[in-house]
Design a protein around this ligand. Structure first.
Ligand code: AMP
Ligand code: MG
Length: 396
């Protein structure tokens, strides 16, 4: 058992196998989910000049309580055409530039306009400067809005767009091939002969990768044949940065991934991790590509893809922090102690409490349908009562 690699060590070795891919410049419409290659530094102040946060009237605070003479209008999109002098008010709208001379905005609910005369009919604005967004109150030119290696979420894209950037430098997306192995597998939806099962891992992995910065080829399938597998690996390596095999990673007579990798000129960096499910995971290199060999059991493939494949793709695409975040929550039920490998128990987090499923057989797919968390139980962890804290990873 001592030969099994701890999960963190295996993750670190996998990421050390390959450097992030080169950067490319892309437009905002393409950048969702990508990772920034450079710091995004604001090129402008936002707002670039003081502006109104409300619909109302721009006045001089010293003129309160009014009344005022309305001298014109400032709407979003154009600069005001004159300044506000003593006793004057300018109609103003949200996002419009504050005219020179004014220092406060009264909301329209607090005044009533009679032609060009504007008396106060409500409470007034409060302190000087009320309802004004000061210049650079959002950010100033030179501020770092997003450090390099940040995932471009919708909010991050908004900040980058407002910063004055034109195109964004992001890490290139790895080209990924998924290669299922196994004589028993049939494309999901097709008729099954006795002994055959639907290939559930291909559509599962395609869905896991759909939100990731990766270019995924159509899935490939090969029979349990070492020579064919080696030939297909040699072929795929010419067009891909990552080759993911599924199944055939263990020690059975029909498990050919390790031998085929070597036949194809690749080499294994590590094999067998101190985790359950997922022990037979293989990582290696072939040509310029990384090979990740996932075990075929559905839960094993899911857990190893979560802990290794997604971080590998994020690392290649330029993520600063590619590993899944680990959270804590109290257990809803008691939990037995841990064994010789770290467990990633399919579990459900509901109302802030974690319930591990009773069925943890790695061959089962049904628990994957309802799990929204992987509960982490460390090697030799002591038994815990309900209410004790446990670590988990969000998976849905
Ligand atoms: P293996 O890792 O090839 O030894 O496969 C372990 C178990 O996972 C076997 O019961 C296989 O039938 C099953 N399995 C392998 N690949 C897939 C797949 N793509 N979809 C669903 N089950 C699979
Ligand atoms: Mg197999």
């Amino acid at each position: 058992m001592s030969a099994l690699l701890p999960v963190e060590e295996a993750q670190a070795r996998l990421l050390a196998l390959c450097a992030p891919l080169a950067a490319e410049k892309i437009s905002f419409s393409e950048c969702f989910g990508r990772y920034t290659s450079d710091d995004i530094v604001a090129q402008r102040d936002q707002p670039a000049a003081p502006q109104s946060a409300m619909d109302g009237y721009a006045i001089r605070f010293a003129d309160l309580p009014g009344p005022w003479t309305i001298i014109g209008e400032s709407a979003a999109g154009t600069a005001p055409d004159r300044r506000v002098n003593a006793g004057e008010a300018m109609r103003i709208f949200t996002g419009a530039m504050l005219p020179d001379g004014a220092d406060t905005v009264i909301v329209q609910e607090d005044v009533t306009a009679y032609d060009t005369t504007l008396p106060l009919t409500g409470d007034g604005p409060g302190p000087r400067g009320r309802h004004i967004r000061a210049r650079a109150s959002d950010f100033a030119a030179g501020d770092c809005l997003l450090p390099a290696g940040t995932r471009l979420t919708p909010g991050a894209i908004a900040a980058a767009a407002m910063s004055g950037a034109n195109q964004l430098a992001v890490g290139r997306r790895p080209r990924v091939a998924i290669l299922t192995t196994g004589d028993e597998l049939v494309q999901a939806g097709r008729a099954l002969a006795p002994g055959q099962i639907p290939d559930s891992n291909s559509p599962m992995l395609a869905a896991m990768l759909a939100g990731e910065p990766a270019i995924v080829s159509l899935p490939h399938h090969v029979r349990d044949d070492r020579a064919i597998l080696a030939k297909v690996l040699k072929d795929l390596v010419r067009r891909h940065d990552v080759i993911v095999t599924v199944g055939g990673a263990s020690v059975g007579d029909h498990d050919h991934v390790r031998d085929a990798l070597q036949d194809a000129g690749g080499n294994i960096d590590f094999w067998k991790i101190a985790m359950r499910p997922g022990k037979p995971l293989i990582a290696g290199r072939i040509g310029d590509a990384v090979l990740l060999g996932l075990p075929g059991n559905p839960s094993s493939a899911f857990v190893t893809a979560t802990l290794f494949l997604l971080p590998l793709l994020r690392h290649l695409a330029g993520a600063r922090d590619p590993l899944p975040a680990i959270h804590q929550a109290p257990l809803a039920t008691a939990l037995d102690g841990g064994g010789a490998r770290r467990d990633y128990l399919r579990a459900r987090l509901e109302n802030g409490r974690l319930t591990p499923f009773v069925g943890q057989d790695s061959g089962m797919t049904q628990p994957l349908a309802t799990a929204n968390a992987l509960l982490i139980r460390d090697i030799a962890a002591a038994p815990r009562d309900a209410g004790a804290m446990a670590h988990y990873i969000v998976i849905a």
